[in-house]
Design a protein around this ligand. Structure first.
Ligand SMILES: [Zn+2]
Length: 314
């Protein structure tokens, strides 16, 4: 039996802190943050919340395995540091998290990119359980990715291998992406790209999409269901982008399973069959069929990832 782990899942607008034991989330607490500000002052908040959670559970920090942070940017697990922030918490690369964790709790510290943490979590307690060769895609404001090959997370020399799956090219003459490239999956079919795409779409002014308060995937799917032509065409385009991305990821990483997460998976009944059929028709996998499945742990996946990150040989 491994000891409980303390997980911190850090997003752009909030952090969730939790104590996880095996496949059970014992207690958790969410705090609001602003990624335009520094992260260092937030560490005091994290330490206080961790103490409160442990007190609530009548546990001492020494009973825990360590503290693991899922960071919304590039992080190098081997040195325990953030290496690139993508304009969120810009002071993070200068923070010595190991020293902080040791000083506050006398515990080991682990850090990973948040998409890799989500993959670890889904493999530990969710949709990728028992699967050593798996790719995870998170469809949200951006498109996150992570890959595990033969039971080991793919990290690479500069800690960016596998986690830039959302920045595979989908269209050579496509939209400028935030990463510097052109026509990435994320620039063609993510939450941030959707309103830009919709406004450029032929017939947009006559579409009900032009009259919704916020052009997001929920509005898109609802209007497509209701027969709105433009919404239907854009939804079809997004499905095709995601599905061709899945084929690209299969060809790159040789997975047996692709786990798809993110808010848009509320419409898994539309998305999964589409991507599965596209993969069946277009992926070169002479050994068999890659399973396309929905993530099971939602926003908690990264917290569950704390356990294998700290205790597993991943
Ligand atoms: Zn990109």
């Amino acid at each position: 039996m491994t000891r409980p782990a303390i997980g911190i899942d850090l997003g752009g607008s909030h952090a969730t802190i939790a104590v996880v034991d095996g496949d059970k989330l014992l207690a958790s607490h969410e705090v609001s943050l602003d990624s335009a500000r520094a992260l260092r002052p937030a560490l005091d908040v994290f330490a206080r919340v961790i103490r409160e959670l442990l007190a609530e559970l009548q546990m001492k920090s020494a009973q825990c395995e360590g503290v693991a942070l899922g960071f919304c940017g590039l992080a190098d697990a081997r040195i325990g540091r953030v290496i690139s922030t993508n304009k969120k918490y810009e002071d993070a690369p200068a923070i010595d998290f190991n020293a902080w964790c040791n000083r506050e709790f006398g515990l080991r510290f682990g850090i990973e990119n948040d998409a890799r943490m989500a993959l670890l979590g889904e493999r530990h307690a969710g949709a990728a359980r028992g699967c050593d060769n798996v790719v995870m895609i998170t469809l949200g404001t951006g498109i996150g990715g992570a890959a595990m090959i033969e039971g080991r997370l793919l990290r690479g020399k500069h800690a960016q291998a596998g986690c830039l799956g959302g920045h595979l090219p989908a269209r050579v003459d496509g939209r400028q992406c935030t990463c510097g490239a052109i026509g990435c999956l994320e620039a063609e079919a993510s939450g941030w790209a959707l309103p830009l795409m919709a406004r450029e779409w032929s017939g947009f002014p006559a579409s009900k999409l032009a009259r919704v308060e916020k052009i997001d995937f929920q509005a898109l799917f609802d209007l497509a269901d209701a027969g709105d032509r433009v919404a239907g065409e854009i939804r079809e385009y997004c499905l095709k982008v995601w599905a061709s991305g899945a084929v690209g990821l299969i060809h790159a990483y040789d997975p047996e399973r692709i786990v798809i997460g993110g808010g848009v998976m509320r419409r898994a009944e539309v998305i999964l069959p589409y991507i599965q059929a596209y993969v069946n028709n277009h992926a070169w996998t002479p050994w068999g069929t890659v399973q396309i499945v929905a993530a099971q742990l939602g926003n908690d996946a990264g917290l569950f990832g704390a356990v294998p990150l700290l205790t597993g040989n991943v």
